[in-house]
Design a binder for this molecule. Structure first.
Ligand code: E4P
Length: 234
């Protein structure tokens, strides 16, 4: 199954996105939460969780920097927000042992801050359910994210892993489609990416041309529904 998630903590964006688009989850990180200003973080995350319901996943990132603190913080997040939360943990020297320990406890983990194939391999071996790869940040560092995605994907397939590559950190539509083409099973994007995808001028130009052609048949403002309920002309 392929997935599209929203990378935001903004309630209006989440409401709009969940109502309108095929979204299977919401991802956050401390920088995304910071953009929301002076909020009560747990209250906001609880509100997002409520909007997601049982059918969509919510991914919440730890901020601790030692292994034991990351594990304790993960437990706190699960106590506060529910045991079905995906705890996002950076694949760092302190984070990887925490991922391993939490996965062994049965916690759902999204491994994050991934810039290299080796980080993805380590996250896969540790049993993270999602492996979040930072596409745009990699390109900013002259790393080809699509090579890394395909290498990690080959590794995961080779070990029959259930870990899924969740591509993240996007600035444009092309990065998203290339991530899927390279083997990502999911992408988490800002609403700007989806709006840009749907806002392409050619799409509207086509829709307007079809409307004009229908107008030419039946007069302005008509639709198949309106015509269907109108009396058939003699
Ligand atoms: C999501 O999991 C990541 O934290 C996020 O996409 C990073 O995006 P950025 O590079 O735009 O901060």
């Amino acid at each position: 199954m392929y997935e599209l998630m929203l990378d935001t903590a903004n309630i209006n964006e989440i409401r709009e996105g969940l109502a309108a688009w095929p979204i299977s989850g919401v991802t956050t990180n401390p920088s995304i939460l910071r953009k929301e200003g002076n909020i009560d973080v747990y209250a906001r995350l609880a509100e997002i969780k409520k909007l997601c319901g049982n059918q969509r996943s919510l991914h919440v990132q730890t901020v601790s920097t030692t292994t034991q603190e990351i594990i304790d913080e993960a437990h706190f997040i699960l106590d506060k927000l529910g045991s079905d939360i995906y705890v996002k943990i950076p694949v760092s020297a302190a984070g990887l042992p925490a991922i391993k320990a939490l996965v062994n406890e049965g916690v759902k983990v999204t491994a994050t801050a991934i810039y290299t194939t080796m980080q993805g391999i380590l996250a896969g071996l540790a049993g993270a359910e999602y492996i979040a790869i930072y596409v745009n940040r990699m390109e900013n560092n002259c790393i080809d994210p699509f090579v890394v995605i395909s290498e990690i994907r080959s590794f995961l397939d080779g070990m029959n892993s259930r870990s899924k590559i969740l591509a993240a950190s996007f600035r444009n539509i092309s990065q998203v489609t290339s991530a899927f083409a390279s083997g990502a099973k999911g992408a988490t994007v800002g609403v700007d990416i989806i709006k840009a995808a749907l806002g392409m001028p050619s799409i509207n130009a086509a829709v307007e041309a079809f409307a004009r052609d229908f107008d030419a048949i039946h007069g302005a403002g008509q639709t198949l529904k309106k015509r269907g309920s109108a009396p058939h002309p003699a």
